[in-house]
Design a protein around this ligand. Structure first.
Ligand code: NAP
Length: 260
């Protein structure tokens, strides 16, 4: 009875899980999805005083690096809504300190990979299994999707944070792998690759990036905003890009362009 009542609460275009949604890019993604009719389950590790979007959003504590938390998240979505239409793997961390590659320590390496790469991989795996099971239950018309947030660091060498670059290069491959596996199952998987976005993550190096942007680092000469990334996620989630597998959407002001 409880779950039936919960399921009826699902409104709009579907149920979306957004990881790392308390701040920054994840916050903008959750907000935009809620504004466009999704029922959003937002997650992060430190539940605080983030204003939720009324009935359209609820927060769950989930450390993406922890198997128990991941399982509990998907179990709770099943119990409350009985469907999962979109997973956005956004949660990620930078190294606690930027350190030359010759000094990178195992502790930081493991921390960043556990959250950014293992977290994304196993969230994709768990969501894929759930989505395949929902496909059996819900039948035609149910088209779930997965969006992974990578970074320009997936293909750009920053020798003072190698663990982050390696984790994001891994996230790109995670997207390709799940896109390849799930294409025939009718589950599109996308990668959204942000450039330099103004958030807590980039706050400590804002001045350095500002100077680089002023000197023409990006084709569009401004910082990215979390909403720039959220719009790309919304585009991928909306179904217009489905004849693709592992498509990369660059939310980077043209950083990836080679220019002469
Ligand atoms: P942010 O402002 O630091 O926010 C990170 C979010 O992730 C927070 O909600 C944080 O909440 C959550 N989080 C951290 N560790 C987590 C864990 N173990 N499990 C679940 N949630 C966790 O970062 P951001 O700049 O918005 O970045 C979001 C994503 O975009 C990251 O994957 C990042 O690598 C990527 N990205 C960012 C930029 C940029 O310029 N900002 C560029 C390229 C890619 P709690 O602390 O409460 O857990």
């Amino acid at each position: 009875m409880e779950s039936e009542r919960g399921k009826r609460k699902m409104c709009g275009v579907g149920v979306a899980v957004v990881t790392g949604a308390s701040r920054g890019i994840g916050r903008a993604i959750a907000t935009m999805l809620a504004e466009h009719g999704y029922t959003v389950v937002s997650s992060c590790t430190r539940l605080g005083k983030v204003p939720e979007h009324g009935e359209a959003e609820s927060f769950v504590r989930c450390d993406v690096a922890c198997e128990e938390d991941r399982d509990a998240l998907f179990a709770s979505v099943r119990k409350r809504f009985g469907r999962l239409d979109l997973l956005v793997n956004n949660a990620g961390v930078a190294p606690l300190a930027r350190t030359d590659i010759l000094e990178t320590g195992l502790e930081s390496f493991e921390r960043v990979l556990r959250i950014n790469l293992y977290g994304t991989f196993f969230m994709c795996q768990a969501a894929a299994k759930e989505m395949l099971s929902y496909k059996q239950e819900l039948g035609g018309g149910y088209t779930p999707r997965i969006v992974n947030i990578s970074s320009i660091s997936a293909y750009t060498a920053s020798v003072n944070r190698p663990e982050y670059c390696i984790s994001k290069a891994g996230v790109s491959m995670v997207t390709k792998l799940f896109a390849a596996r799930l294409a025939q199952e009718g589950i599109p998987v996308f990668e959204v690759s942000p450039g330099i976005i103004l958030t807590d993550m980039t706050a400590p190096v804002r001045d350095i990036y500002e100077e680089k942007i002023e000197r023409g680092l990006t084709a569009i000469e401004r910082f990215g905003r979390p909403e720039d990334v959220a719009r790309m996620v919304l585009a991928a989630a909306g179904g217009l890009l489905d004849f693709s597998a592992g498509q990369v959407l660059h939310a980077d002001g043209g950083f990836h362009l080679r220019r002469l």
